[in-house]
Design a protein around this ligand. Structure first.
Ligand code: CP
Ligand code: NVA
Length: 332
């Protein structure tokens, strides 16, 4: 297994074995980190971290992982560079490719991160686009492996807006790793037909099952993991809130939903999450619509079924694995 020089843009570009290898490498690096064993596998390299949208986990994961690998990260914030406004992506790619050994990009269309990779000449890593969030899936599946001992055959139910980055990427990841994936939402929030088509083809080879249903009771029965995400993603207009609240409230993850799933079911969320009134947006929505939580209740979020902070920690270990594999060809 050697991924040196390769970009990490979407899970569709990787084989099931490569995905498994990245997860296992992350588990190894996590264990080394806990034991205080240094792993400065990319000593002296420099990486650029472009963020056209805000971030807590992804930015911190890249910065801490870069430091642990012996690298120097440079953060480019949503306002403070020429990117997109005065300089094209193609030009930016060639400028940054001349100075850095790798580039992370978080922003809008998937075509932007693909263009950066095509013209920079160095590995590019997708830190979230509208379509995909592949480093998040590595962390989620690492978490599933740590908790359940394996990934294949596990039933993961995604509730909510399944046609955006998280729903899409979880479906691709599940197809690649042989999971039982269920998108549970009103029909108009199902992943797009072309991506479903590709994933069904992959599923035939891996033994994965993909289901799409509006029926919550049917979806969650026997689930190992119930996963949700915000109802309105970064970059979407405020005008969509009313419709999303109306459409997706029946798909909120509540204690009753978790109970229906069965005893060992875990709750997962990429975060950040609107589960209480302790955020500015949460309060604004409460004032406007009178709801005190959105995609998940505070009860479920804070329960012992919730593994969201383990997922968050695993963002760092998996992002470190991606950089170590693609920059230094790290092996298990
Ligand atoms: N889950 C995730 O990507 O979080 P951030 O937006 O904080 O990076
Ligand atoms: N769907 C969310 C994911 C955040 C990690 C968004 O794009 O805002």
């Amino acid at each position: 297994m050697n991924l040196q020089g390769k970009s990490f843009l979407k899970l569709l570009d990787f084989t099931p074995e490569e995905i498994q290898y990245l997860i296992d490498l992350a588990i190894k690096l996590k264990s080394e980190k806990k034991q205080g064993v240094p792993h400065r596998l990319c000593e002296g390299k420099n990486v650029a971290l472009i963020f056209e949208k805000t971030s807590t986990r992804t930015r911190c994961a890249f910065e801490v992982a870069a430091a642990d690998l012996g690298m120097h990260p440079v953060y480019l914030d949503p306002q403070g560079s020429q990117i997109g406004k005065k300089e094209s992506i193609k030009d930016t790619a060639r400028v940054l490719g001349g100075m850095f050994d790798g580039i992370e990009y978080r922003g809008y269309g998937q075509e932007i991160v693909e263009e950066l990779a095509a013209f920079s000449g160095v590995p590019v890593w997708n830190g979230l686009t509208n379509e995909f969030h592949p480093t998040q899936i590595l962390a989620d599946f690492m978490t599933i492996k740590e908790i359940f001992g394996g990934i294949k055959g596990k039933k993961l139910v995604y509730m909510g807006d399944a046609r955006y980055n998280m729903g899409n990427s979880l479906m691709v990841g599940a197809a690649k790793t042989g999971m039982h994936f269920v998108a549970c939402a009103p029909k108009k929030y199902f992943p797009n037909a072309a991506l479903v088509h590709d994933c069904l083809k992959i599923a035939k080879e891996t033994g994965a099952t993909l289901e799409f249903t509006e029926d919550v009771d049917k979806a969650v029965k026997g689930a190992d993991v119930i996963y949700t995400d915000v109802w309105v993603s970064m970059g979407e207009p405020d005008g969509v809130w009313a419709e999303r609240i109306n459409d997706l409230t029946p798909y909120r993850v509540t204690a009753k939903v978790m109970e229906k799933a069965g005893g060992n079911c875990k709750f997962m969320h990429c975060l950040p999450s609107f589960h209480d009134l302790k955020t500015t947006v949460g309060k604004e929505i409460y004032d406007k619509f009178g709801i005190d939580c959105m995609e998940v209740t505070d009860e479920v979020f804070e329960s012992d079924k919730s593994v969201v902070f383990l997922e968050a920690e695993n963002r760092m270990h998996t992002i470190k694995a991606v950089m170590a594999a693609t920059l230094a060809g790290a092996s298990l």
